[in-house]
Each structure stands twice: as C-alpha cells, then as structure tokens.
Design a protein around this ligand. Structure first.
Ligand code: PLP
Length: 404
C-alpha cells in the first residue's frame, strides 16, 4: 500500500514538526513533561472544553472515559454499528453490553429516534460517533441523554475541528475522545485526547492513565521541570506519591515526543482543515454529477473538518461489485478502501453475540457500497482527476460485465 502512486492517506509533516520533536528529543525529558501539558491545553481549547487528558491512543481514551463514568457489567451502552471497531470494543473492555442502533442514511450517524427507542433502565450511556467527521445529531443525542439523565460520550476521533451549530466536536458530551493515528486530521503517530468540562472525570482519567497514582498527582518539580530531579529518572520521593497506586490504573500515557508532534500539528490545524476542505470540494465538484455515485451529505448547520472522503455506489451495486472496484483501483495504483464494514458483522461480534446479516439493514446496505478515496492535504487537482478517471473506468467495467 505504501508505495502506491496515490495512497489512501498521508500525514502532513513540515519542518515545524521536525523542529519541535527534535527539541524535545534533545531536552532529555521524554515522558510526563511540558509538551503533553501544552498539547492538552491546545486540544481542549479547540474542543471548547476545560480539561484535556492526553493518552496513548483514542481507544485508550474511550476505555478510561467508560471506566471513569463507572460503566461496567450489567450496563448497556447505545452505539452505532457503522464505525471503526474501537467505538464498540471499549464498551466490552469494561464488561458492559453494546446496544447497536441503525443509522440515518444521510449523515451515517445513529438515527436519533432509534437511540431514544433503545433506552432501557439498564442504559448507562449513549456513545455517539461523528462518522467520517460529520457532527449531525450530536445536539439531539445530548438532549436525549439529558432527558434520561445519562451521559453522552462523544467518540470524536474522526472529527477534530468539526463544528455543528457553532459548537465544536468534543463539546457535546460529558466527555469527548479524539484520536491521532496517522490517517486522522492531525497525528502524533499514535495518541488520543480526552476532553471534558467535568473536573472529577478529568482527574479520574489522569490517575488511571498513570497507573492509578493519586488524584491531583503532579510530577516532582513540575512547573519548573529540571532534568535529573524528576520522576522519570529519580523515582520520586521515598514514601511519596510516585509509587502510591490508589485504584486500578494503566500505562496509557502519551510520550513527550508524540506530544511535541501534536503541538506542532495543532499550531497548523486551521491550515490543515482548510486544505482538507479544498480537497473535498474538488472531489464533490468532479464527481457529483455521476449517477452511479452518492456523495457525502453534510447538513447546512455543520462545518466539516474532513477525516476521509467516502463515496457510495448507487443502490443497484452489490458488495462484490464494490469490492472488485476497490481492487481494480488499487491495481491502478490508486488507494481505496471499504470504510467501514459493520461492527456487528465482524467475526468476533458474530460469534460472541450471534449477530447475522439483516440486524441493521441501513448500516449494512451503506457499508456494502462505500468506497473511501485517497484523501490527504496536498492532493492536487491532477491527482483528483486521476482518481476520478480510475473510478469511472472501474464503474464502466462493472456495467459492461453486467450487460454482457
Ligand atoms: C480512529 C478511531 C478511534 C481510535 O483509534 P486509535 O487507533 O486507538 O487512536 C476510535 N474510534 C473511531 C471511530 C476512530 O475512527
């Protein structure tokens, strides 16, 4: 995949990122330091939230939020079957049960009426995903959650910088979680960020990411961090809080090198979002008239920070045809992918919960016909023309073989 001519995605790394990562590398402070704190402040500010807690992946962040909200065995969490697997797996990590509801075929987010209908006395949270960065219905889910006095958890891993009715992704739920894998809007290599206005939840997540160290724990010498006198090398004061573990914790810390990369990426976020909007508009302009394709639908109240660009084949196409088109594009050196196969039809979920085809017909029908196209910040009009022509060629082939 990596040596394909037009890859599916590519991180946007400039000399600023190189400079900040190198500075951190030379500083000698490689964990629990100033870059993580700076990165937390900048992501929290962007998400309109008071607190940011950096973690080593989006998946870890979701795990900690569910734990921090005391969700566990016997509890149900309502979520979408049309997503990356982590948004459902995190519910299983804490021993709770994911209750899937079908999606709205336009936004590809959960149908709000079905969310409401799925609530039972065991429902302990709604875990909503801004699919492909689309924030539609987040305010509606928040209202439903408030009415039932349960928290909304926002898996905004695909939505950093997206706005809905003037509010940023990450600000709709009790907590939001961003992800920074290399195909996201910004990357730290691996990494994630919890954002919340709830000081208690933020402190619990901080403690759990750091091996269950006491609430309010500060690294020795923090504020005036000097190399050589800190927890990373000295182990902290004997009898102090470094080796005191008050709850079951994890090592979900984000390293300073990764945070330095994130700080640089955050400084460039506006430019990155604009570049992605430009590429998305070029695709829409080039492909919107094609009767074989359905373009992404963005409602007027949303300003997108695009994660990926996913088109859908018309309803007459089968999954086999779609898969053949994706393979054909790859053979022509153009990246393409089937974002996302339904979670409930993944082998593990079928075996564990007995799901089969037909359980969530809209999610299944959509997921059989999606094609993610190459999408990154410096994709040129020429590249887009090549992607479009390759896709059109594959569509023509399918139609010829149908006719024959
Ligand atoms: C990327 C992503 C995550 C988190 O992924 P990590 O690789 O663990 O950072 C979670 N949920 C969704 C919907 C995602 O797209």
């Amino acid at each position: 995949m990596s040596d394909i001519e037009i890859p599916l995605s590519r991180p946007d790394i400039t000399s600023l990122e190189e400079e900040l990562v190198l500075q951190t590398l030379r500083s000698g402070r490689l964990s629990i330091g100033p870059r993580v704190e700076e990165f937390e402040r900048s992501v929290a500010a962007r998400a309109g939230s008071r607190y940011g807690v950096a973690v080593s992946s989006g998946t870890c962040g979701l795990h900690l939020v569910l734990k921090g909200l005391n969700i566990g065995p016997g509890d149900e969490v309502i979520t979408t079957p049309f997503s990356f697997i982590a948004s459902a797996n995190c519910i299983l990590y804490v021993g709770a049960r994911p209750v899937f509801v079908d999606i709205d075929p336009k936004s590809l987010n959960m149908d709000p009426a079905l969310v409401e209908a799925a609530i039972t006395p065991r429902t302990k949270a709604i875990l909503a995903v801004e699919t492909f960065g689309n924030p539609q219905w987040m305010d509606t889910y928040a209202q439903i959650a408030a009415r039932h006095e349960i928290p909304l958890i926002e898996d905004c891993c695909e939505a950093l910088g997206t706005m809905h009715r003037g509010r940023p992704a990450g600000s709709f739920g009790r907590a939001g979680v961003f992800g920074f894998y290399p195909n996201k809007q910004i990357t730290t290599g691996e990494g994630g960020m919890i954002v919340t206005d709830d000081p208690r939840l933020a402190e619990m997540c901080r403690s759990m990411r750091n091996q269950g160290r006491p609430l309010g724990w500060q690294p020795p010498g923090s504020g005036t961090i000097a190399v050589g006198m800190t927890s990373q090398s000295a182990g902290g004061q004997p009898g102090g809080s470094w080796l005191r573990h008050e709850r079951l914790g994890y090592n979900y810390r984000l390293a300073e090198l990764n945070a330095a990369l994130g700080v640089a990426q955050m400084r460039r976020l506006d430019e990155i979002i604009e570049a992605r909007q430009r590429v998305a508009q070029l695709y829409i302009h080039r492909l919107a008239g094609n009767p074989h394709l359905i373009m992404p639908t963005i409602d007027q109240d949303s300003v997108m920070s695009w994660f990926v660009f996913v088109v859908r084949l018309a309803t007459s196409y089968t999954q086999e045809e779609r898969d053949r088109i994706i393979r054909g594009m790859r053979n022509h050196e153009v990246g393409a992918a089937d974002y996302f196969p339904c979670i409930h039809l993944q082998p593990f979920y079928r075996e564990e919960f007995g799901y089969g085809p037909g359980a969530f017909p809209i999610a299944e029908s959509v997921s059989q016909r999606t094609i993610a196209l190459p999408f990154y910040n410096d994709l040129t009009p020429r590249d887009i023309e090549m992607v479009a022509q390759t896709l059109e060629l594959m569509l023509k082939r399918e139609n010829l073989s149908r006719a024959g």
